[in-house]
Design a protein around this ligand. Structure first.
Ligand code: 9YT
Length: 134
């Protein structure tokens, strides 16, 4: 069994910050669960384009408010505490945080923890990363 608190993750390698967000990873690929689980803070006033071409992601907002724009069809959905979105079609999207937002995110396949967003906003898979370093 894995039991962890957010305080144990803060300030470790599993606490990853980008300019627009900070992601605290509870479960990663190494844990062998088939998904990863992140507690992510999106900073107020930021706009981020993400495109998880190789992953599916479900995101449950537990604090704050903002909106998500589906860049495949232009639809905009308000997001606030209690709203979930799932990118079941790998939709490219823009996330606008009106206030600071706190999101619980699940990725399938699981993130390794080493990913960085590429120029398209995607996280590459470990095998793609390995191939690019040959
Ligand atoms: C909600 C979202 O996509 N945030 C970007 C960070 C990502 N979820 C991560 O690595 O935790």
């Amino acid at each position: 069994m894995i039991v962890k608190s957010l305080d144990e993750i803060k300030g470790t390698v599993d606490d990853v910050a980008d300019g627009h967000w900070e992601s605290r990873r509870f479960i990663l690929q190494k844990d062998g669960m088939g998904f990863s689980l992140h507690d992510t803070i999106i900073h107020a006033g930021t706009e981020s384009v993400f495109w998880y071409k190789y992953h599916q992601e479900a995101v449950y907002c537990i604090e704050g408010e903002g909106e998500i724009e589906d860049l495949t069809d232009g639809k905009i959905y308000p997001i606030k505490a209690g709203t979930m979105y799932a990118l079941d079609g790998h939709e490219k999207h823009r996330l606008r945080a009106k206030t600071q937002m706190r999101m619980v995110c699940v990725f399938n396949p699981p993130c390794t923890g080493q990913e960085i967003h590429d120029e398209e906003g995607a996280y590459r898979l470990p095998e793609q990363e390995a191939a690019s370093q040959k």
